[in-house]
Ligand binder design. Structure first.
Ligand SMILES: Cc1cc2nc3c(=O)[nH]c(=O)nc-3n(C[C@H](O)[C@H](O)[C@H](O)COP(=O)(O)OP(=O)(O)OC[C@H]3O[C@@H](n4cnc5c(N)ncnc54)[C@H](O)[C@@H]3O)c2cc1C
Length: 445
């Protein structure tokens, strides 16, 4: 079943579009099952929304950073490739905003005591909402999906001090304003951690991979039997009628045409309109692409003078940055410095060229730091992703998820956007890649 050229058109069993976690795992499984496979990747690197880049004198994750052993698909890959994990620093100091926006400072334990009741009440009905994390549309979620996280905070009526702190934590998790984000994200992720919000917090922002995501994706890529063609942007995907010989023709922006029996698209919903599909994509994909999903934030890395105490800080969802944490302690010829990671709910609120503006955003909730440099990748304006880690708007999860998983003819969809368990995370990307590879192998072999 090797790749061959036929009447000047290259032909393979399967074309995978995109070499992120979904594409790499799909291509590996397909190739190892004996099918000929080509992976076409628009960027000049693999990894997609994971990208380890050397900036501020350190290897930094511009995209995904944290994984956990309660994420079964990602953990299986960690085991398979002998990856190790290391912990992000435990904070000694906590900063947060009071309801009137005035800063508060305390210990990690004091902050956790402040949010405990609200965090539990936000997800108290998780066992009936989504009884099985692997079936995120089954249960009371069918009704609850109309609610935003903001709606739920409005309902549960916390005292203002606790409410401000609780809201800021969830803005950090969902990377979007809370009134635009479905309660579904909170419920499905906590369901994935057996109903324990503390474990969900730990799973989503504590342990990173030694050697970075680049080391991880390189290891998977080295196991992909077929070619991974970088710098190759797919322009169109055309399914041919049986009378015309069947199969799918994929054409790149450079004019190269490749024929396949099956194609796997790994594009996120927000970016999938970048390819012209014929016939047109199923309605669920078109509608979601038009609406866009909820996540719309930013992740920035900042250089602060000196070695500052280990801390985390939360501001409100109306601020440019709502989360800040000390991540790395470094020294160079200019002296000691600390690398901080920050998150904001709206990527348009931060201008990386305006250092004074960034300093002001930091001063709002973590006074006393001198920021000397800032760097980020704007994933929202990047046409190849147009998203960060996916969270749904109210109603989108139960309306669309089942249909998003269905192949359209010989076109399959593998993306964290249509995963069951950890949708939005790396784990979901791997789940989707394994799922679609298995389906295709079942048909083609
Ligand atoms: C800032 C940020 C922080 C995050 N933090 C975490 C975290 O801590 N933990 C976690 O688990 N997850 C996190 N995530 C989410 C995680 O990165 C994604 O869920 C996961 O990487 C998605 O994988 P994927 O393969 O589904 O999609 P992608 O990685 O987006 O892969 C799709 C691929 O398709 C390519 N492509 C697009 N269009 C075309 C085209 N026309 N032709 C050819 N190729 C094309 C893209 O270049 C890309 O490589 C974060 C994401 C971001 C952006």
């Amino acid at each position: 079943m090797g790749a061959h050229t036929e009447a000047s058109i290259e032909s393979v069993d399967v074309i995978v579009i995109g070499a992120g976690f979904a594409g790499l795992t799909a291509a590996r499984e397909l190739g190892q099952a004996g099918l000929s496979v080509i992976t076409l990747e628009a960027r000049d690197r693999i990894g997609g929304r994971t990208w380890t880049d050397h900036r501020l004198g350190h290897d930094l994750e511009m995209g995904a950073n944290w994984i956990h052993w309660v994420q079964p698909h990602v953990w299986a890959e960690v085991t398979r490739y002998g990856r190790e994990i290391t912990r992000s620093p435990v904070a000694d100091e906590a900063y947060w905003h009071g309801p009137d926006g005035t800063p508060r400072k305390g210990t990690l334990a004091e902050f956790m005591a402040l949010i405990e009741d609200g965090q539990q009440r936000l997800i108290d009905d998780v066992r009936t909402a989504i009884p099985r994390g692997v079936e995120p549309t089954v249960g009371a979620i069918q009704d609850l999906d109309r609610l935003s996280i903001q709606d739920r905070f409005d309902e549960i009526g916390l005292d203002p001090e606790a409410r401000a702190a609780n809201e800021s934590v969830w803005v950090g998790h969902v990377n979007a304003p809370l009134d635009q984000t479905g309660l579904s994200s909170a419920l499905r992720w906590v369901s994935a951690t057996g109903g324990h919000w503390q474990l969900m917090h730990e799973a989503s922002a504590t342990y990173r991979v030694v050697d970075g995501m680049r080391g991880f994706t390189d290891a998977i890529a080295s196991d992909v039997p077929g070619e991974i063609r970088l710098g190759t942007t797919v322009a169109s995907v055309t399914q041919q009628a049986t009378a015309a010989g069947g199969g799918i023709i994929v054409e790149t922006t450079g004019g190269t045409r490749i024929r396949a029996q099956k194609v796997v698209s790994t594009l996120p919903a927000n970016a999938i309109a970048g390819i012209t599909f014929s016939p047109a994509l199923p309605e669920a994909w078109q509608r979601l692409g038009r609406e866009t999903v909820a996540s719309q934030g930013t992740k920035v890395w900042l250089r602060a003078k000196g070695h500052v105490p280990r801390f985390f800080a939360y501001a409100s969802q109306s601020d440019p940055l709502s989360v800040l944490k000390a991540e790395f302690y470094c020294t160079d010829e200019e002296g000691d410095y600390t690398i901080l990671v920050g998150f904001g709910p709206d990527h348009t609120r931060i201008d990386l060229d305006d250092l004074a503006g960034v300093q002001a955003a930091v001063d709002l909730f973590r006074p006393g730091l001198e920021i000397t440099e800032v760097t980020a990748h704007d994933w929202m304006t990047d046409p190849l992703s147009m998203n960060t880690w996916m969270t749904h708007r109210p109603g989108q999860l139960t309306r669309d998820l089942t249909e998003l998983r269905e192949p359209a003819g010989d076109l399959h969809f593998a993306t964290t956007d249509n995963a069951n368990l950890w949708g939005g995370f790396i784990d979901g990307a791997i789940e989707s890649g394994l799922r679609e590879a298995r389906r295709i192998i079942g048909v083609l072999r």
